[in-house]
Ligand binder design. Structure first.
Ligand code: PEP
Ligand code: MG
Length: 315
């Protein structure tokens, strides 16, 4: 990325020949949302609500939750949309009042949306609070669930969200959800691929295990294939499919994702300019060529090199 382009990039994101993609921010609370709102982003692609409650021992009331979500929604106002993720408690993000006691395999246990299987009342209160915050701030947030594996889970969740007049989606974090993307898109309004967990579950490698970093790499051919399947399903359905995992913050991978047909990229605010600047220096054709060669590669290093070569080749 040329330095001048990086400093001057101010959004919205598009390739040099005008192919648009939304660049969005990942936020954790009101403070990080206000900071991200100053960056050249079109909204929030992932508000990780559980991060508001890491040190909370009892479930916040609906009124307390409404105030917290309202801070994030008002930071972006009615013109930039915010995707609120319902509580992703469990595994690497234990929440005292929600996470079940000792499980053998917390990453494969009752986490995320699964907490609502036996008792949906906590999820119901959260959606009620999100809807109340939307009304107070005059905004129309999208609401999505983490850790979805089946079409029935997606349908039940979407039903709960739509009862409040809100737009409903689910995250694609399991290989099952990616393989079923076509069918899941018949029951939800949008998908968002969480590449951190999708990579962990595809490669059967703990995302926290540093000695397995060569496996927990979103450039792995199997992960790229699942992203491609999901993106194609979105194109067929004419519904948005974003990426909100760390993969979206890698400028070369961002170009590959655009080439695969992904419609938005959500990332830490610090990554916004490098990604936006990179996309502005390549054509849509280079991105689809980069996606093609990355998908055909045998391993992550080969995929990276081939994609970078396709992106730097003059067209
Ligand atoms: C992901 O899994 O990629 C994701 C965006 O969610 P989190 O990192 O919060 O699990
Ligand atoms: Mg996740």
């Amino acid at each position: 990325i040329r330095h001048a382009a990086l400093a001057s990039w101010n959004g919205p994101a598009a390739t040099s020949d005008g192919q648009r993609i939304k660049v969005l921010a990942n936020v954790a609370d009101g403070a990080s949302a206000r900071q991200a709102a100053a960056a050249p982003v079109e909204g929030v692609g992932l508000f990780r609500t559980e991060l508001c409650f890491l040190n909370t021992t009892t479930e916040p009331t609906v009124a307390e939750q409404t105030a917290i979500y309202g801070e994030v929604l008002s930071a972006f106002g009615p013109d930039r949309h915010v995707v609120v993720r319902t509580l992703d408690a469990g595994s690497d993000k234990p929440i005292a009042y929600a996470t079940p006691a000792a499980e053998e395999n917390p990453a494969l246990g009752v986490r995320g949306l699964r907490l609502s299987f036996t008792d949906p009342s906590m999820l119901e209160r959260q959606i009620e609070a999100i809807a109340a915050a939307a009304a107070v701030t005059g905004t129309r947030p999208w609401v999505m669930a983490p850790m979805v594996a089946t079409v029935a889970e997606a349908a039940t969740f979407a039903g709960r969200v739509r009862r409040y007049g809100l737009t409903a989606g689910v995250m694609v974090e399991t290989p099952s959800a990616a393989l079923l993307a076509d069918r899941i898109l018949t029951v939800v309004d949008f998908l968002s691929i969480g590449t951190n967990d999708l990579t962990q579950y595809t490669m059967a490698a703990d995302r926290m295990a540093t000695q397995l970093a060569h496996l927990t790499d979103p450039w792995q051919p199997a992960v790229l294939q699942l992203i491609a399947i999901t993106a194609r399903a979105g194109q067929r359905a004419g519904k948005p499919v974003g990426v909100c995992g760390e993969a979206a913050a890698d400028p070369a991978l961002a170009a590959v994702l655009l080439g695969l047909g992904i419609t938005s990229l959500s990332m830490a605010a610090a990554a916004v300019r490098p990604v936006g600047a990179q996309l502005g220096q390549v054509t849509a054709r280079q991105c689809s060529r980069a996606a093609e060669v990355a998908l055909a590669a045998g391993d992550p290093a080969e995929a990276r090199d081939a994609a970078r070569a396709a992106l730097s080749r003059l067209t």
